[in-house]
Design a protein around this ligand. Structure first.
Ligand SMILES: NC(=O)c1ccc[n+]([C@@H]2O[C@H](COP(=O)([O-])OP(=O)(O)OC[C@H]3O[C@@H](n4cnc5c(N)ncnc54)[C@H](OP(=O)(O)O)[C@@H]3O)[C@@H](O)[C@H]2O)c1
Length: 242
């Protein structure tokens, strides 16, 4: 804790998109946009962060495990932003021994909370933003208070957009696959940007070829400062840096 200001973990946002900026088809299918090498890197990123965060939309659509499988390494703490605890009890996340936290607000039904806790999950009840959703800065502060120094955000679009809008993310990792989908789910939604000089910009922008994909990685300028250093995020499978 720095004075009265709660600590904030380092936040890396990572997603895979098509050349036309889609992270899923119009039906919500996203597995897998990227190449096998990029998937290995995604697991390296999981192993190098203390926690992994996704929104309930991704849980409902993809039923992910959010564990480290393609490389050696410990599983991160799994965190789901789910304001009203609408995650079904039958999801794969709850079948696994690895720790999982649901971040909710007081709008969540206490019976849902009890049911998730009975399945081994922890539930954090946090302040709500003006739109009724989980206050993401409060969530990050609560994670830091539990000793979490770095958080990997794997989607989906709404959580990515909210974190970028609030300037709570420090690094963006985008895997660009040589595919075009046309209409679909856009990776980043409305950031309230009107003028070009308001665009988010980066320090240390880096590009790599990774299998069939191009990987972009850069540190966001103007983000709320993290209390902890960046974890290692260079891919071991890179073919060359540009
Ligand atoms: N290509 C990729 O790398 C990738 C990665 C992940 C997901 N995806 C795709 O993305 C799609 C899902 O994206 P999505 O945007 O629908 O879902 P999402 O971002 O995973 O989840 C959105 C939900 O999170 C909850 N939430 C809680 N607090 C929030 C906050 N402060 N701000 C924003 N959301 C908050 C909201 O539900 P409540 O209001 O109920 O809390 C919201 O509807 C799927 O098609 C999935 O396959 C692609």
């Amino acid at each position: 804790m720095r004075g009265a200001t709660p600590d904030l973990p380092w936040v890396t946002i990572k997603y895979a998109q098509t050349l036309d900026g889609r992270i899923a088809t119009r039906s919500g299918e996203s597995q897998w946009i990227s190449s096998a090498d990029s998937l290995v890197y995604a697991h390296e990123l999981r192993a190098s962060h203390d926690a992994i965060l996704v929104g309930v939309g991704t849980v409902l659509r993809d039923n992910p495990r959010l564990t480290v499988r393609l490389v050696e390494g410990a599983n991160p703490l799994r965190v789901i932003a789910d304001s009203t605890l609408r995650t079904p009890l039958e999801i794969t996340l709850l079948e696994m021994a690895s720790e999982v936290i649901f971040a909710a607000t007081t709008a969540a039904d206490p019976a849902r909370r009890a049911a998730l806790e009975a399945r081994g999950a922890q539930v954090l009840v946090l302040p709500a933003q003006a739109d009724g959703r989980v206050d993401l800065q409060a969530l990050l502060g609560a994670l830091a208070a539990r000793g979490i120094r770095s958080v990997l955000v794997e989607g989906g679009a709404e959580v990515i957009t909210a974190l970028l809008r609030a300037r709570l993310a420090h690094r963006l990792v985008v895997c660009v696959a040589p595919k075009v989908l046309g209409r679909g789910v856009e990776g980043v939604g409305d950031l309230g940007i009107v003028r070009l000089d308001e665009a988010l910009t980066f320090r240390d922008a880096r590009f790599w070829l990774c299998g069939a994909d191009v990987l972009f990685e850069g540190d966001l300028e103007g983000a709320l400062p993290p209390s902890f250093p960046a974890p290692r995020t260079a891919p071991s499978v890179l073919t060359n840096e540009r």
